[in-house]
Ligand binder design. Sequence first.
Ligand code: ADP
Ligand code: AMP
Length: 216
Amino acid sequence: MRIILLGPPGAGKGTQGERLVKKYKIPHIATGDIFRAAIKEGTELGLMAKDYMDQGLLVPDELVVGLVRERLAEEDTAQGFLLDGFPRTLAQAEALDAALAEMGTPLTAVINVDVGQDALVERLTGRRVCRGCGSTYHIKFNPPTVRSVCDKCGGELYQRSDDSVDTVRQRLEVYRRQTEPLIAYYQKQGILYTVDGSRDIDQVFAEITSYLDQLA
Ligand code: ADP
Ligand code: AMP
């Protein structure tokens, strides 16, 4: 199963991705997570990505595409993969198609998680992430049992610096301009499936998995 989760920031890609990779036993490849890990480790990649991320802008295609190509060449993708947050531009989508064609492994489906703008702002500004295992919570919609403590690993929860109101608005605008055109791109390829991401987490998961299960 080779899947892309497409959708604006805050649509629930990470939340659904976490569950989907457990069910289908495939690696979760989230470019945002890769950049945040690189920043934490202080690598050159992290240094190059940080300014763009802080401003709510996209990291340049050249940096992202090479990284994903290398990741897809790793052995654990033999049974498939779930891409989350990539591609985000037409150039990235075309580069991904070329890489997958070379490898002879076309995409199974692109799941477009559709959520309205106002809900996205509330979801992003209330998001909390575990420093230990990266699990995602929401102060209102998906709170941890104990405030600021991860249910899964006991790690401390924090707020991403780009989840401030101003940066969120910029990221949503960048999505609209640069990423939304990918909906039409994959629709043309006949592999796009849109789910209503405004419903609760379990309902969205049920809809995605019932679609993917009937493809298998
Ligand atoms: P993305 O990876 O698309 O940016 P996340 O999965 O991190 O989005 O979700 C953004 C925020 O919204 C998180 O705080 C998450 O807990 C919350 N969230 C995710 N899915 C839902 C949902 N269906 N209903 C309400 N809140 C949700
Ligand atoms: P995310 O964790 O998906 O919300 O991504 C956080 C930030 O990482 C984005 O706002 C971008 O700055 C950067 N980023 C993640 N994925 C990509 C990508 N595919 N292309 C460009 N920038 C990206």
